[in-house]
Write a protein that binds this ligand. Structure first.
Ligand SMILES: Cc1cc2nc3c(=O)[nH]c(=O)nc-3n(C[C@H](O)[C@H](O)[C@H](O)COP(=O)(O)O)c2cc1C
Length: 187
């Protein structure tokens, strides 16, 4: 539930710079952040994402245990916020790099590296008072086509970004307490 209020491009660039400080396997920095601010492309993303999500939620593509786990969060196939937000950032993972002569550069620990960059990105946005949703309208291949990404890149995650709507509500979720997430090994 996002507000349509504008967000300065500078803030998004700062969040991407922060994300880009993430460590990466052999320092390959295997990420590309694609910034979308135009209404036409946001609309195209919404239409394509909803096509996939409709099949997930209503076409039986989501297995029953997954549907059950999502139930308390109240998500469904409709994604109107993709047109409301001032910005969408689509994060792509680079499965391999392209060297200066067009040769293939091997990348290591791509998922781990891009996952850390995504975490820093989200934390930076939150510190700026912005809201985002970690969105994976799967399968996400439509994003490569729509955003004309090269063969070595694969969509990792989509982030609609904006200020929260004044009347927004979110699920009332509690984090696991420290005792449940930390294990101490004592000598
Ligand atoms: C890898 C990943 C994929 C996600 N994909 C979706 C998604 O496609 N749609 C959605 O509404 N939320 C998605 N979420 C958001 C989670 O549902 C959300 O983080 C969860 O509700 C927990 O809420 P919290 O972010 O307040 O902890 C995703 C989160 C992660 C980490």
């Amino acid at each position: 539930m996002f507000s349509p209020d504008p967000v300065s491009r500078e803030l998004i660039e700062t969040a991407i710079r922060t994300a880009s400080t993430a460590p990466s396997g052999a320092h390959r920095q295997p990420w590309t952040f694609v910034l979308v601010g135009g209404h036409e492309t946001k609309r195209a993303i919404r239409v394509a994402a909803e096509e996939e999500e409709k099949q997930n939620y209503e076409g039986g593509r989501l297995p029953p245990d997954w549907r059950e786990a999502l139930e308390p969060l109240g998500t469904d196939w409709e994604k109107p916020y993709l047109e409301v937000v001032p910005w969408i950032v689509v994060l792509f993972e680079q499965r391999y790099g392209i060297g200066p002569d067009g040769d293939r550069l091997k990348h290591w620990y791509v998922k781990e590296s891009v996952g850390i960059a995504a975490g820093l990105f989200i934390a930076a946005l939150h510190q700026m008072g912005l809201a985002t949703l970690t969105h994976t309208p799967s399968p996400m291949a439509f994003l490569s086509k729509l955003l004309k990404r090269p063969e070595n890149e694969r969509p990792f995650c989509l982030f609609p970004i904006g200020y929260p709507a004044p009347d927004c509500v979110v699920p009332d979720l509690e984090r696991k307490p420290l005792e449940q997430v930390m294990v101490e090994i004592s000598d």
